[in-house]
Design a protein. Sequence first.
Length: 220
Amino acid sequence: MTQDEMKKAAAKAALAYVEAGSVIGIGTGSTANHFIDLLAQMKTKVDATVASSMASAERLQKHGIRVLDLNEAGQLALYVDGADESNHQLHLIKGGGAALTREKIVAGASDKFVCIADGTKLVEILGKFPLPIEVIPMARELVSREIVKLGGKPVLRPNCVTDNGNIIVDVHGLAITDAKQLESLLNQIPGVVTNGLFALRPADVLILGTPTGIQTLTAA
């Protein structure tokens, strides 16, 4: 089974969490795209969606699925999105697709966060995948200096502008043993919009597609 097939299997398993008549949040990236395409086959079940990026909104609309602004939608029943890494506590690193701020907002507005990924994304310690941070452009050097003090190696992501008009700094070289503390610390740096750690609001369910089938983990 290929990595893409494992992603699709995880996305298919997440359909079971979709309640009839609900408004659901949908994330960004290759695994979320699988979920969108599968949701299109049962689109009459959902009343509407909220997308965490312009790209996901366009994909949903092409399938004829209604997309609402979060301010209009209010509290969401469900948020489904992928991850770049997850530990066993369901703390995540997200933002490989540069949509981390909107993803964090939609996750925060949702009753249940179901994360879908292939089995390679489950790790013991977060940080091998570089941690994305969305930064207001004028603060790039200030933020980078503060990251170095925390032991990270900041690298500006080339040719990347977020949907919010900001830049992404990817932090290499971290072994993240206290994700909640680091998430809070990074968000206190002036100029940081948010960072790609989802630990203060982790996933509630992690669905992994593996070569031997679906593995489901739930938050303790």
